[in-house]
Design a protein around this ligand. Structure first.
Ligand code: NDP
Length: 231
């Protein structure tokens, strides 16, 4: 059975990925800060007891990342797919920028996923796909919403992209594929109800792209449907 690890699995697209891969018969390691209180994951656990493992992970706490990776390594897990999905987004208008907001976005959206990737290397099966859920706001060329206050968010996704691109080179010889995906504007707590794309559609598009990519695509920044995005 193939094994998939998903971060930020208790709601939004993370939960969508969990449902998709459970329905495909995969073993899913769903990580969340809310192991006790997530009703969505508790319900899925009741239905898919043999396939679903719910594990604690707070990307803002390096010791939480290390503890999860150590536990998986000790239990000899071999991961076929890792989806770095968890993220935060909030705005501060220019003139009111603060260091804590920039630090928090970089910690959760950039450093957390990269430290997790690094810690999981001993658990990655050959051919494993490391997916970084990025954002079109991380594209310098697109420069989406330059007049909106999501500057720290945009910077954190841009930084995620360059580190992921560098990681792709470092892991190529181990046959590990690294991919950055823009889900589009999606109806989640983060995206809001006015977003044009449903979670189901975004998951359908992204999982189909994930299925198709090979080592030759490693290091690419792609749309949900696989079209390439300018840096
Ligand atoms: P949601 O806000 O719906 O969910 C965010 C998830 O991230 C939650 O599970 C949340 O957990 C988790 N999370 C937040 N902080 C931490 C942390 N410190 N440690 C572990 N988990 C954490 O977001 P979406 O589903 O919309 O977003 C998923 C990804 O897609 C993100 O990376 C986002 O940047 C990206 N994206 C989203 C877009 C959209 O339109 N929705 C557009 C482009 C990119 P908890 O419930 O505990 O808070």
């Amino acid at each position: 059975m193939k094994t998939v690890l998903i971060t930020g699995a208790d709601r939004g697209m993370g939960l969508g990925f969990v449902k998709h891969y459970l329905s495909q018969g995969k073993q899913v390691i769903a990580t969340t800060r809310r192991t006790q209180s997530s009703q969505h994951l508790a319900k899925l656990k009741a239905e898919y007891a043999a396939q679903l493992l719910v594990k604690s992970l707070d990307l803002g706490q390096p010791e939480s990342i290390k503890s999860l990776a150590d536990e998986l390594q000790q239990a000899n897990y071999q991961l076929d797919l890792v989806i770095n999905n968890a993220g935060i987004s909030y705005g501060e208008p220019f003139g009111e920028w603060t260091a804590p907001a920039f630090n928090q976005h970089l910690q959760i959206n950039t450093l957390g996923p990269m430290l997790l990737n690094q810690a999981l290397v001993p658990c990655l099966a050959a051919g494993c796909k490391l997916i970084q859920i990025s954002s079109g706001m991380g594209s310098i060329e697109w420069n989406i919403g330059a007049d909106n206050p999501l500057d720290a968010y945009a910077a954190s996704k841009c930084a995620l992209n360059i580190l992921s691109r560098r990681l792709a080179e470092k892991l190529k010889s181990q046959n590990i594929i690294v991919l950055m995906l823009n889900p589009g504007w999606v109806q989640t707590d983060m995206g809001g109800a006015e977003a044009p794309t449903s979670i189901e559609q975004a998951i359908k598009d992204m999982t189909s792209t994930i299925d198709k990519v090979s080592l030759a695509d490693s290091g690419q920044f792609l749309e949900a449907d696989g079209a390439s995005i300018p840096w």
